[in-house]
Design a protein around this ligand. Sequence first.
Ligand code: SF4
Ligand code: SF4
Length: 235
Amino acid sequence: MGPPVTSFLPGPLKGFGVTFGTMFKPVNTELYPDKKKPTMPRFHGRHVLNRHPDGLEKCIGCELCAWACPADAIYVEGADNTEDERFSPGERYGRVYQINYLRCILCGLCIEACPTRALTMSNEYELADDNRADLIFTKEQLLAPLAPGMELPPHAMRLGDTKDYYRGTPAAHVMSGDVESADTQRIVRQQQSHSDVQDKAEGAKVTSPDEVAPVEGAEEVKAAAEVKAAGEASD
Ligand code: SF4
Ligand code: SF4
């Protein structure tokens, strides 16, 4: 097989060959920022600090996210809640929370480390500015806005005791609709499906002793135990 035909053409003609070949390909023009292309649903974008359905913060100031971050982009300072000034259920809350987007590589390891699902990531990717200071986001910038039915902390726990928050078992006044939010409805749905599963599991339990299969060797073990007990009693 001889050399390709294009190798006999002079350089400029070969260059125009590339141009003509490209002219007939479909055009792919992004109209950003006028038209923003939606990201994939699980795209890792700007972080959000979430709230419980009554408005209390989910962050407990444990710093696990900061320890997990490979880029050292998160700074957390925890503080104690008091009964007069409560920002989250339980003992502590994140008093200072900062994410440095000059360092963050949007890897998502911090959200994996968070034990309360306080920290999640949104699809927001417009994280640019003309100065360094504005790219260090504070807690106030990262906190999720108050949804209908939420109350701005500090305030008392409205959903019952601490376990109700973390086990997703909101007290009766929440289930009756006093505190309305998508999060509350999700918790109530989860609770209902959990009790359905429990009902099914309990219904499937073997309750009659007749249905329990005999354990191999159990009779011998029982007889040996009786002999041992009789010997101890005679001593
Ligand atoms: S996404 Fe990754 S780099 Fe960014 S703050 Fe979280 S752990 Fe750090
Ligand atoms: S965001 Fe999560 S991991 Fe980070 S301090 Fe708050 S509770 Fe702990």
